[in-house]
Design a protein around this ligand. Structure first.
Ligand code: ADP
Length: 227
């Protein structure tokens, strides 16, 4: 808990320091309209960063504090995947505005159904899919599919041709605030909490988060669920 509080404080302190710095500049210097616009844009970006962090922290604390998902609610996977796809395509265009872009392939929804919490699953799936978009350079591809896995399990697999992760990092993937590529995480609006949320959601449904990755070639992140 002490480490967690220290991490959260650190994550909030950085954007707050930048924001306070800009406020001071605007109070003490007379700026041209263009400079003002520029500073306000940078301030808005820092405020957004803090907002996203607080949202992810609230999601995590809700997951920790709430009863296990209702196993009688059947999730409409087609609708859920359509929402994730629309979000991922928007993010991909935003992040690759003038280059070749990424190829996003969403396979048709599966014939099976999943019992659990739709909102939790949506949050877990969109974290994996959006990460694939964020950590794959322009020209790369991302494939999302539901499939049967061994022992009667089913899984959502998200495969990308992006940066990949070296073996020494894999065991720590899913820890809160653990980042392999710190600068890429920051640049692309990361909080360091997305995979912790995905892992938690999988576990609350009796499943797990799995990662297979090769540095420089890409990764497959999966949410695996029991039959
Ligand atoms: P972040 O907000 O930093 O992306 P996450 O918890 O979602 O936080 O992911 C943790 C770290 O795992 C990231 O900072 C990144 O280094 C690594 N990572 C996650 N997804 C991928 C991916 N698809 N390809 C390569 N690295 C990834």
């Amino acid at each position: 808990r002490r480490d967690f509080v220290a991490n959260v404080s650190h994550e909030i302190r950085t954007p707050l320091t930048v924001l306070a710095g800009f406020v001071e500049t605007m109070q003490s210097l007379s700026l041209s309209d263009t400079e003002r616009e520029n500073y306000l844009g940078l301030m808005a970006a820092q405020a957004d960063r803090m907002q996203t962090l607080v949202q992810d922290l609230l999601t995590l604390s809700r997951l920790e504090g709430s009863p296990l998902p209702d196993s009688h609610e059947l999730i409409d996977l087609a609708a859920l995947m359509a929402e994730c796809e629309a979000e991922a395509r928007g993010l991909s265009e935003l992040m690759n505005p003038d280059k070749g872009g990424q190829q996003l392939v969403f396979e048709p929804p599966p014939a099976f159904r999943l019992a659990g919490s739709a909102s939790e699953l949506r949050s877990a799936a969109s974290n994996l899919i959006n990460n694939a978009v964020r950590y794959t350079p322009s020209g790369g591809s991302i494939r999302v599919r539901w499939e049967h896995a061994p022992a009667g399990h089913v899984r959502l697999a998200v495969t990308d041709t992006g940066a990949g992760i070296a073996p020494e990092h894999l065991s720590r993937i899913g820890e809160r605030f653990y980042r392999v590529d710190r600068s890429r995480s920051r640049e692309s609006g990361g909080t360091g909490l997305g995979l912790a949320i995905a892992k938690h959601v999988a576990q609350r449904h009796g499943g797990e988060l799995q990662v297979v990755s090769e540095l420089g070639r890409g990764s497959t992140f999966s949410l695996v669920f029991p039959q």
